[in-house]
Design a protein around this ligand. Sequence first.
Ligand SMILES: *Cc1c(COP(=O)(O)O)cnc(C)c1O
Length: 370
Amino acid sequence: MGVSFDKIDGATWLKFDIQPATNPTPEKERAARLVDPGFGRVFTDHMAVVRYDQAKGWHGARVESRANFPLDPALAVLHYAQEIFEGLKAYKRDDSGVNLFRPDANARRFRSSAERMAMAPLPEPVFIEAVEQLVRIDRAWIPGGEGSLYLRPFMIASEVFLGVKPSAEYIFAVIASPVGSYFKGGPAPVSIWVSENYTRAAIGGTGAVKCGGNYAASLRAQAEAIDHGCDQVVFLDAVERRYIEELGGMNVFFVFDDGSLSTPPLGTILPGITRDSIIALAKDSGTRVREEAYTIEQWRTDAASGRLKEAFACGTAAVISPIGKVCSASGDFLISGGAAGPVAMGMRKKLVDIQYGRAADPHNWIKKVL
Ligand SMILES: *Cc1c(COP(=O)(O)O)cnc(C)c1O
């Protein structure tokens, strides 16, 4: 049973119609908002939008003033949650140019997310072009220093119809939000709560898809983590309820006393681009990396014996967060004495230096936009 969308490939030569905002934020106000933007509350002046319908395929590519979408109450996404998204960042280099980090990987993942959710797959060049055009027009919004411009491409089912079937119409858009350094004064170790009541993903489900629904389903578990005084939740597998999967929105790595790393295998977890980059950089420096199942009991045992040296979470927003403490209904345990470990911090610096163009880029991950 295939879901087919016509006129996909014709869109690879889509030209964006660029309509600069007639009332952009005055420079003084923009500067004030860039002082301490936090995460995800300040937005730039523009957005990129491309539409899909069955007659025209992908069409109407525009960069225009950021504005509300008119939402019919029967819009398919509001009822059946056909929605996917991405997250990537633009970084300002010392020479004032601008880097994107692996946008091709986000474009590829977005396309496979669309396929799993029976949505019209967006051609990868259109995804990348939309992101680049938005970064160019809103370049004044990219914070300097350790800040960056967080880009949020997303797609919603926009057919007005209550029937349960793949929508025949979609809106793809990209918005941008300046973010400060995620951690003031270096990343503080996070405490994580092991979720025993809730799971995130099952085999055959949507765990590997970046869809809003996964987040909706994780919020109750995250709230439980907060109730127990923890920063984040970590999920176990849905079958045996013992294998570590990932945090609500970050992948996880373990560092052992023989210098090796391990991380849960792909399948029901989100295939993080940060995860993939860490594996590549570790291998470059001769570090052994295993993509291997690891249980919560083993984690506790290895932390106690000293075999486990560090653990850290990773994702685009925070890059790397050392894990200092693991809490669960059956008791807590510390990792690296609750401090940030040298492997996590070293890997973080390596990645960030590549992203900001301060270090060599052996894998050609950087795409210079400006
Ligand atoms: C986005 C995301 C990640 C991290 O992926 P990156 O590509 O490294 O940003 C990890 N887990 C989940 C559930 C995510 O949604």
